[in-house]
Write a protein that binds this ligand. Structure first.
Ligand code: CAA
Length: 240
């Protein structure tokens, strides 16, 4: 029987390619989106992958959403926590709302989603959790105190859940992408982005495929000895 993979933020950006690659690798894939119903409809039309809407910042919505997916598509074997937002501003101008929106969506979602799948994975004795962090959670970035804090928090969360889950054949890993060719990065002011690309040793933005390839690798049944890792995919821009 096909394993089932759930990808949050799966209709656009990195998540879209992650979902497409997992489907190509033979998994039954379901994605979660939040607001952009038009993009979700186009995604499902072109991929046949079902897209379900809920807010990953809301614990109860995640509980109901996970139950819905498990009822209609089977137990979740692979969870990819990709959903994330930016609300960039230097701290001396950042609002409380910009802070909490990013913390709740990018970091709160880790608890909200993992808490609702982990018991089932433990009972079944198999699981793959792949959390999408960021280069900016490792090195910091002007204008992203909220985002960098959330993405750094993901790394501690990942290591802890990896330790707690290791005996149950569940791996938990983080990927820290660098700047990739997505809508999120396209929203960075042009002159700022040019400086960033000038500082990427390989001389280009990453592609969604660069990241999706690693997700598929980590999702595999045979990747069971990789856990608690942070895999950096950033064209050499930051080496920890
Ligand atoms: N050193 C110190 N301070 C600096 C600085 C520098 N090199 N560059 C800018 N600043 C600070 C200054 O303190 C200045 O504030 P004051 O005017 O009060 O002194 C402020 O930044 C600049 O203000 P501006 O009016 O020029 O710019 P802004 O407030 O409109 O925007 C910004 C600033 C939000 C940081 C903007 O430049 C920006 O969006 N930068 C991009 C941030 C970024 O890389 N985001 C990544 C998004 S993609 C992503 O997140 C995916 C991923 O994982 C990689």
């Amino acid at each position: 029987m096909k394993r089932t993979a759930l990808v949050t933020g799966g209709t656009r950006g990195l998540g879209r390619q992650i979902a497409i690659d997992l489907q190509a690798a033979g998994y039954q894939v379901v994605v979660v989106y939040h607001n952009n119903a038009e993009a979700a409809a186009e995604f499902t039309r072109t991929t046949s992958i079902p897209a379900i809407s809920w807010d990953v910042a809301d614990f109860e919505a995640c509980r109901l959403g996970v139950a819905h997916v498990e009822r209609d598509y089977g137990a979740i074997d692979i969870l990819v926590n990709d959903a994330g937002i930016t609300r960039d501003a230097v701290l001396h101008r950042m609002t409380e709302d910009q802070w909490w929106q990013v913390i709740n969506t990018n970091l709160g979602s880790m608890f909200n989603m993992c808490r609702n799948v982990i018991e089932g994975m433990r009972t079944r004795g198999f699981g793959r959790v792949i959390n999408i962090s960021s280069i900016n959670g490792e090195k910091g970035q002007i204008g992203q105190a909220n985002y960098a804090a959330a993405k750094a928090g993901i790394l501690g969360f990942t290591r802890t859940l990896a330790l707690e889950s290791a005996r149950k054949n569940i791996t938990v890993n983080a990927i820290a992408p660098g700047y990739c060719d997505t809508e999120m990065v396209a929203a960075v002011p042009e002159e700022v982005l040019k400086t960033i690309i000038d500082n990427i040793p390989v001389g280009r933005l990453g592609t969604p495929e660069d990241i999706a390839r690693m997700v598929t690798f980590l999702a595999d049944d045979n990747a069971g000895f990789i856990t608690g890792a942070t895999i950096e995919i950033n064209g050499g821009q930051y080496m920890s």
